[in-house]
Design a protein around this ligand. Sequence first.
Ligand code: PMT
Length: 228
Amino acid sequence: PAVRDAEALRVTITAGPTHEALDPVRYLSNHSSGKMGYALAEAWARRGARVRLISGPVALATPLEVERIDVTSASEMLAAAEHVATESDIFIGCAAVADYRAEHVADHKLKKTDANETMTLTLVKNPDIVAEIAARSSRPLVVGFAAETRDVERYARDKLTRKGLDMIVANDVSQAGLGFGADDNAALLLWRDGDDTDSQALPPQPKTTLADAIVDRVLTLYAHRAPA
Ligand code: PMT
């Protein structure tokens, strides 16, 4: 829509995967392309918001009027998020952040040896970016995503509560043609309404139009939450 109904709002979005280095040439990651997060950045910018996009490594062009901050690892993404969170009205975590990173990053390329048929990596938990932003005393409205392959609603409700989020966008990433890397997606939005949880199902559609529907719901929630 041509409506500039998000003017004056400062929105920060994380998008894409993170890369967690194992050695100078290898990393752990996932299949996030950044398309969903970039579609959100574009939708908010079109509607007049001041958008900051904290992006993991992706092959996408920066949407018009969007300030992009490139990061590689979860730790870098957290540092960038903490830096801009205080200047944000709305924070949306769409990135597929690696839950774990290598305990030790090798200084040199790990070698294959004839003696070793198996190799063990020790991983340590990464900080949870959306949970850390949501736990701050003066904080933006925080929206998370939930990528699930089963029991979508149950796991999403759990993440909404456990991470202290205002809203969660749950997507079933086991469905062919939707989710990771695809141009289309579907989502179940869950948000808190007092002691209850309200929900809205958004059917499969291009990530661009889905992003606009998510923006609509977030704006309604924000108007509801913002002190008069
Ligand atoms: O990038 P695309 O190819 O377009 O695909 C889109 C998508 C499937 C990646 C996207 O729609 C999506 O679901 N993003 C969230 C992916 C994810 O990591 O979900 P999760 O259920 O593991 O994480 C839950 C929430 O916590 C997310 O908001 C995530 O950003 C956040 N998180 C997770 C771990 C962590 N260490 N820090 C976080 O902030």
